[in-house]
Write a protein that binds this ligand. Structure first.
Ligand code: AGP
Length: 615
């Protein structure tokens, strides 16, 4: 989820773009760059690291001023965060500059075709192919908007593009497929940005571009068409957010925004993982298939929410690959003198890629000769850099301390790794893998459906704001979901909460049950392990008989639980192993709403940091 800004008008364009990039700073990034049209040419500057590095570069080597400029803050997906990989990207003649947000799935083929036509790549990014393609098309049509339409028709994946050409010094062109792009309309000036925060200081008149649309900005007007060049009907709107609200997309908290982004985060993490033949292609997993075939054990190391993702991954890995899988708290792992060797695959799961406990665990594993695969959301961070291979989640920057969209995308990544191991080791046939991938592809819509039905959950959360504790029960993959629900409530509402395996109740915890005690129960599908379903229904009866207030999360159509649920939260029916993708969402919303009802600071809970870089 990168930050994009474009401007054409009477102000110094570079100043407007830089100020806009600063307004997008909350989106997180690992590099930044700008391009300005002036004196008949195109001038650019780009630097890895924070925006400050780019500002220092511009102070030392100022660019010429002009009326037209574009800028970008990068959240890397393809290619490490380096100066060369920073946007904008140029064609070989240096006449076209383009910035991009998204993933171009067919970039490898396009890059090979361009190389065959003599284009030289200067970066590892998927974006650069667009600069070369635009230059080719422009040389024929001499119209950047038309060139953009022609290029967009050849791209696959999710892309929002903004480009300029030195031969059209008063034009900025943008294109949108999936990732957002908004036009700001001023008097004698126009803006393009990933979100309105970038230009809200100059105008509150905006136009949201639709899917597969191209926009041409000139000082005196804006033209919007579809990719075929047909005029598109677009509606303007007035932005009534303040700048701070704009950064959160109109939500009160980043956490709410990130919960809402989960369908897209899940879909983006799946993008580009399956080739034309239907086989999984995890191109960042640079461990040979022969080595993967030799693995006789998997050990997952992680902390907090990432650890809960690992617990769920265990069920999938063992079921799909028949390899034993251990899941370890990273902070405990190396102190128990674990048994590791070259046939142990260690998987380190981390959103930030900087968690010291997890980093030290993977260093210990590598010292023992084990291969390490990182599942990480932050390109170029320490954990993937020190691993043998990496599978990046594409959740985009997660700003709120309480992890939500990163967790769901960690699950998707874990499922993909488990399927990939099954594919490589032959324990899952191609059609079986494709069947699971199809179900995974549906999960994005399932999460959307859950998000659309959360009002009763918010009402329930507010009604429990004065409770001293909430318990969470689950079985099978629902047990780690119960642990995650308890963690969310602890870290957000500062409320005691505990997750249990429902089968453990009778071994002690049932003594905790008393009248009106809220107990959340995550119910497995009756279509899967029906014996588990029947057992958890018994568990619900046991706690209700002792006065508990039962809050039951169960799939649509599961009527067996209804008589015992004081509150029934429905989720879409999914395959057994994929249920955490939908069952977790109500617990995120529940914790966030209850914390809000208690007046807590949701994005920055007390005592916590987003990245724990100490042991
Ligand atoms: C979860 O909501 C917390 N923010 C915390 O448990 C977090 O998951 C843990 O610190 C691990 O962080 P990482 O994924 O960045 O390694």
């Amino acid at each position: 989820m990168c930050g994009i800004v474009g401007y054409v008008g009477m102000r110094p364009a570079l100043d407007v773009v830089l100020a806009g990039l600063k307004r997008l700073e909350y989106r997180g990034y690992d590099s930044a760059g700008v391009a300005v049209l002036a004196d008949g040419g195109l001038a650019t500057a780009k630097k890895a690291g924070k925006l400050l590095n780019l500002e220092k570069e511009l102070a030392e080597r100022p660019l010429p001023t002009g009326p037209t400029a574009i800028g970008h803050t990068r959240w890397a997906t393809h290619g490490a965060p380096t100066d060369a990989n920073a946007h904008p990207h140029l064609d070989n003649a240096g006449r076209v500059a383009v910035v991009h947000n998204g993933i171009i799935e067919n970039f490898a083929r396009l890059r090979a075709e361009l190389a065959a036509r003599g284009h030289e790549s200067a970066s590892e990014t998927d974006t650069e192919v667009v600069a070369h393609l635009l230059a080719e098309e422009f040389s024929s049509c001499a119209d950047l908007a038309e060139a953009m339409r022609l290029v967009c028709r050849r791209l696959e994946g999710a892309f929002t593009l903004v480009a300029v050409h030195a031969d059209e010094p008063d034009v900025v062109v943008g294109a949108r497929r999936n990732s957002p792009l908004v036009v700001g309309v001023g008097a004698g000036e126009a803006f393009l940005a990933s979100d309105v925060a970038a230009f809200i200081a100059h105008t509150r008149s905006a136009i949201e571009l639709g899917q597969d649309q191209v926009v041409e900005l000139r000082r005196d007007g804006i033209t919007v068409t579809d990719f075929a060049g047909r005029p598109a009907d677009v509606r303007g709107y007035h932005i009534d957010w303040d700048a701070s609200a704009a950064e959160k997309g109109g939500y009160d908290y980043f956490m709410l925004k990130e919960i809402a982004e989960q369908p897209k985060a899940v879909a983006d993490t799946l993008l580009g993982r399956v080739d034309a033949s239907g086989s999984l292609t995890l191109d960042e997993v640079r461990i040979s298939t022969s080595e993967l075939r030799e693995m006789d054990k998997v050990v997952i190391v992680a902390c907090g929410t990432a650890f809960h993702a690992g617990l769920i991954a265990k069920y999938a890995i063992e079921h799909w690959t028949r390899i034993p899988c251990e899941v370890e708290l990273a902070s405990e792992f190396r102190y128990r003198d674990p048994i590791l060797d070259p046939r142990t695959l260690v998987i380190a799961i981390s959103q930030s890629g900087e968690t010291m406990d997890t980093l030290m665990a993977l260093r210990h594993a590598r010292e023992q000769g084990s291969k390490v695969l990182a599942i990480c959301n932050t390109n170029g961070s320490t954990i993937p850099r020190e691993s043998d291979a990496v599978l990046y989640t594409h959740a985009g920057p997660e700003v709120a301390v309480a992890s939500t969209k990163a967790f769901l995308t960690q699950l998707v990544a874990c499922y993909l790794v488990a399927l990939y191991l099954g594919q490589v080791r032959g324990t899952k046939w191609g059609d079986e893998i494709q069947a699971v991938v199809r179900e995974l592809s549906r999960s994005s819509q399932d999460v959307e459906r859950v998000l659309d039905t959360m009002e009763p959950v918010r009402n329930l959360a507010r009604s429990l704001a004065d409770k001293p504790t909430v318990l969470f029960l689950g079985r099978h993959v629902g047990y780690p979901v119960a642990l995650e629900g308890a963690l969310k409530l602890k870290e957000l509402a500062y409320m005691h909460a505990e997750g249990f395996a429902a089968g453990e109740l009778k071994h002690g915890p049932i003594a905790l049950i008393e009248k009106d005690l809220p107990v959340v129960v995550v119910v497995p599908s009756p279509r899967g392990r029906s014996v588990l379903h029947d057992k958890i229904v018994s568990n619900i009866q046991e706690i209700r008989a002792r006065g508990a207030r039962t809050i039951v999360i169960a799939e649509e159509g599961d009527e067996a639980v209804a008589p015992y649920a004081d509150h029934l939260i429905r989720i879409p029916a999914t395959p057994t192993l994929l249920q955490p993708l939908v069952a977790t969402v109500p617990l995120q919303v529940f914790a966030c709403e209850l914390a809000t009802a208690r007046g807590n600071e949701v994005d920055q809970p007390r005592n916590l940091a987003k990245s724990v870089t100490v042991e």
